[in-house]
Design a protein around this ligand. Structure first.
Ligand code: NAP
Ligand code: ZN
Ligand code: ZN
Length: 362
């Protein structure tokens, strides 16, 4: 297989990967280059990688940011194979993960506050320019080299496959619950969208002792949401009477919808001064009327991933509570079918690629 990536000259180390070459939403095998393990780096043999809806938005170029070839994947779980001489936190053989960030400036206000996820010079795990100018490649690949600061330790009892999705989906829902005071027992929280993010939002909210109502477009998810995931209630958003029954009852809503929507019916579910936290990143703008926020003094906020400190805290919290993602483990050959099913909302509830056993050079 011919090397095809721009990093080839700078980085001689070869890796196998799946890449999108255009906006078709499909990936195919490619040979990429990874850097040598630097003094502060950790080299990781990737065993599992979750498929986030952001991977799909990116490869289809729905955010107009794709730098092809795109090797997606930011829910990476694997084992350390090599460490640089300054690395103290990790040893060869450790079980580790990498989420959405591969680097940040480490010196701006956000970085100094430990909120690297808001660094303006952030390098994302894929489809992003690294400090040496090359483009980063994500976890649909057999190995990766990452600065030690951005590597997360897997707690002992956390499985790599079911734990991988927590590195994006988990931290993305955990962070707003923590920073917006929605993690208090007894509070009523709504979760819009029962997909990868939504299903772990239900699990974290229950672990925090909250009352959880799922607000979904899919009637058929009701039973699982209540019986398997532990939601207290389930509302179908297209059913006006079900929506009316929970009007004005929620302290906060975690909105994970991947498609654009009218916010009006959802904001009506909040109590006065309730908070709507946007996590979903639809291609098209949301529709919202000022009245639906102003009347009731409601807040609408966004939240992006989470810091490294919070990611480790979230993983440890999840391990303590036996909390993992519900996954469908797939082979590297199944990724294109999985992408189609993800687009249709058919996943229960996260696809995870069995990279270690199935990703081979074409
Ligand atoms: P997912 O597994 O596809 O789940 C998205 C869910 O949204 C679907 O299962 C569906 O749930 C719901 N949905 C889809 N279309 C809808 C519509 N028109 N109206 C209402 N609900 C709709 O995706 P995911 O991986 O959880 O990601 C969700 C979104 O979050 C994506 O846009 C992704 O890019 C974004 N994201 C953001 C961050 C961040 O840092 N903020 C991090 C990761 C992902 P129901 O079937 O239950 O209706
Ligand atoms: Zn993600
Ligand atoms: Zn910074």
């Amino acid at each position: 297989m011919a090397p095809t990536t721009e990093g080839e000259q700078k980085h001689p180390r070869r890796a196998v990967a799946l890449a999108a070459h255009d906006a078709s939403g499909r990936v195919s095998p490619i040979c990429i280059s990874r850097r040598d393990t630097g003094d502060d780096d950790v080299a990781i043999k990737i065993l599992y990688c979750g498929i986030c809806h952001s991977d799909l938005h990116t490869i289809k170029n729905e955010w107009r940011t794709a730098i092809y070839p795109v090797v997606p994947g930011h829910e990476i779980a694997g084992v350390v194979t090599e460490v640089g001489k300054n690395v103290k936190k990790f040893n060869v053989g450790d079980r580790v993960g990498v989420g959405c960030m591969a680097n940040t400036c480490r010196s701006c206000e956000s970085c100094e506050e430990g909120l690297e996820n808001y660094c303006s010079k952030i390098t994302f795990t894929y489809n992003s320019h690294d400090k040496d100018g090359t483009v980063t490649y994500g976890g649909y690949s057999d190995m990766v080299v990452v600065n030690q600061h951005f590597v997360i330790r897997f707690p002992e009892n956390m499985p790599l496959d079911k734990g991988a999705p927590l590195l994006c989906a988990g931290i993305t829902v955990y962070t707003p619950m923590k920073y917006h005071g929605l993690n208090e027992p007894g509070k009523h929280i709504g979760v819009i969208g029962l997909g990868g993010l939504g299903h772990v939002a239900v699990k974290f909210a229950k672990a925090f002792g909250m009352r959880v109502t799922v607000i979904s477009t899919a009637t058929e998810k009701r039973e699982e949401a209540m019986e398997k995931l532990g939601a207290d209630a389930f509302v179908v958003s297209s059913d006006a009477s079900q929506m009316k029954a929970v009007k004005g009852t929620m302290h906060g809503i975690i909105n994970t919808a991947s498609a654009s929507m009218s916010m009006y019916p959802y904001l009506a579910l909040l109590k006065p001064q309730g908070k709507m936290i946007l996590l979903g990143l639809p291609e098209k703008p949301l529709q919202i009327s000022a009245f639906s926020l102003v009347a009731g003094g409601k807040t609408m906020a966004g939240s992006c991933m989470g810091s490294i400190r919070d990611t480790q805290e979230m993983m440890d919290f999840a391990a303590e509570h036996g909390l993992t993602a519900d996954i469908e483990l797939i082979g590297a050959d199944d990724v294109n079918d999985a992408m189609e099913r993800l687009a249709k909302g058919e996943v229960r509830y996260r696809f995870v690629i069995d990279v270690g056993n199935t990703l081979k050079a074409a």
